[in-house]
Ligand binder design. Structure first.
Ligand SMILES: Nc1nc2c(ncn2[C@@H]2O[C@H](COP(=O)(O)OP(=O)(O)OP(=O)(O)O)[C@@H](O)[C@H]2O)c(=O)[nH]1
Ligand SMILES: [Mg+2]
Ligand SMILES: [Zn+2]
Length: 333
């Protein structure tokens, strides 16, 4: 769909219209409980989206095929929305309810594209195959920190780990546990191997993120065995012999909580964030920020840099400062 440019006035008018619809939902909330009028505006949650087509979950758990009204903005998986019936199984989404959080990632043109709304936790998945690349983990953690959501690291396919890789990974990922990120050794192939993950997913709205092929969808299948996908609208794009996920999709966990499967990435790039926001994305820098001699210190060649001092004192790992410099050099603004 070609993006339409809207003038500020048009945007204002659309915002006002959506406000009115949200207001009507609030006012209409009581009558809907007693009346059978199916055309009343109702609240729902976007489970999956393909272009303008949305699968919306009603409050009773049933799924509807909805179209999004034009100029609504971009409803995504996890969004709470106002919708109305237009047929026995169809509806139209008329407003997006305010979001608690929005995880985005830049598309190939560099523009931020929303990926999932209202998450409370990001779970970064890694596996021995395909092996981890570059600064992916630090980018995911920085994204979680700047969104103020929890983050956990899950090392999947533990069944494939040989002793040497195990030792190498303990060294590589262990220090993240020291700065407060849960580190979970798991396997989608082994029921016992999922216990630590189940524990951390309870009561959260979590998104599984990571490279293509690390096992995100396999984990979803193992965690939620009974997951019928009821309508043709939800069909996934399938490569030859591969079931690569093409769009984010939301599931209910039997233990309580929501789980969002997301399409794999080759590399995740942080969107348009500022340098000072990136600094806050490295949680162990926290106590030292603002203590450098220069207020605009880049923690590089400057004298009396509190961050570099902390690295020298063994309080911040040099790898993380290196990663910070790398990501800072890639910032778009
Ligand atoms: N040995 C082993 N193989 C696994 C495990 N989890 C997933 N796999 C295999 O890894 C391959 C990729 O799994 P997917 O679940 O499709 O990976 P994905 O992360 O969803 O990939 P995208 O949708 O492309 O992002 C499949 O062949 C799985 O059977 C595991 O714990 N152990
Ligand atoms: Mg997948
Ligand atoms: Zn500094």
């Amino acid at each position: 769909m070609p993006a339409r440019r809207l003038t500020e006035r048009q945007k204002g008018r659309i915002g006002l219209l959506q406000d009115q619809r949200r207001q009507r939902l609030r006012e209409g909330a009581e009558p809907t409980l007693t009346s059978q009028d199916d055309e009343q505006p109702r609240e729902g949650r976007v489970v999956v989206r393909h272009g303008a087509h949305l699968a919306v979950e009603d409050t009773d758990g049933s799924l509807r095929h909805c179209l999004a009204r034009q100029n609504l903005g971009e409803p995504v998986c996890g969004d709470r929305v106002v919708w109305q019936r237009t047929g026995p199984e169809n509806g139209v989404v008329t407003a997006i309810l305010p979001r608690q959080t929005m995880l985005s990632r830049p598309d190939f043109t560099g523009r931020d594209k929303p990926l999932a709304a209202n998450i409370t936790q990001l779970v970064a998945i890694f596996a021995p195959v395909p092996p981890p690349t570059g600064y992916l983990l630090d980018q995911y953690l920085a994204a979680a920190e700047t969104l103020h959501v929890k983050a956990a690291i899950a090392l999947n396919k533990a069944d494939l780990l040989d002793a040497a890789t195990h030792a190498h990974w303990s060294e590589q990922f262990g220090p993240y546990q020291d700065i407060g990120y849960p580190l979970l050794w798991i396997s989608a192939r082994d029921d016992q191997g999922l216990a630590p993950l189940i524990h951390h997913l309870q009561g959260e709205t979590s998104i599984l993120v990571g490279q293509s092929g690390v096992g995100k969808s396999s984990l979803v299948k193992a965690l939620i065995p009974d997951q019928e996908i009821p309508t043709g609208l939800l069909s996934e794009a399938r490569g030859v012999g591969r079931h690569t996920t093409s769009t984010a999709r939301c599931y209910h966990l039997p233990q309580g909580g929501l789980l969002i499967d997301s399409p794999g990435v080759r590399s995740f790039r942080l969107g348009a964030i500022s340098r000072s926001l990136l600094e806050q994305g490295f949680r162990e820098f926290g106590g030292y920020l603002g203590h450098c001699r220069f207020s605009d210190c880049r923690h590089d060649q400057e004298p009396q840099c509190a961050i570099k001092q902390a690295v020298e004192n063994g309080l911040i790992r040099p790898e993380r400062l290196h990663s910070f410099h790398q990501l800072a050099s890639e910032l778009t603004r």
